[in-house]
Design a protein. Sequence first.
Length: 197
Amino acid sequence: MRVRPVVAVLLAALVLLPAGCGGSGHATAPKFDAKAAAASDGPVVPVTASASATAPAVPAVVPDTLKFTGTTLDGQPFDAAKFAGRPVVLWFWAPWCAVCLGQASTVGDLAKQYNGKVAMVGIAGLDQSTKAMNEFIAEGEVGNVTHVKDSAGAIWRKFGVTQQSFFVMIDRKGKIQLNGYQDTVTLGQWVAYLDQH
């Protein structure tokens, strides 16, 4: 008759009982490995999962600057709140804007360079034609950037945009650090600044 595995299970059950009763309900109960207990010659020690692996993520507070929604040019719903807690660059452009097209390659390059660090979002407006907007994206080679269609100008009005090309630099706390036209050099400098602050 094998007594050791039964004793190991009973000892583990006694260790687990206090962890499962009372308290705030936030404590993580130790895990019991029956195979390891049966094979072990020593005392049974429960394995506790790390707090970081089990603690729920604290959602970032969504600042007013990121409280807007829309639809991307590929027809997907867009909610700027998903960028809460990280820097965001909003690029307001129009499909017939030659200056915007001249900046497109820089915007695309910065989006690649700072992927996962600084969000780059194009806000396409002042035109009703989705086809013209998609042609702009293809010609400017900025398909790696999320583009929101703002034909009605709601997002443009939210940020007081009256011209294009126009950038709004939002830091990780949701504060606008700069808005207005940026040449390709200062644009790169501002994105680097946002990444570090």
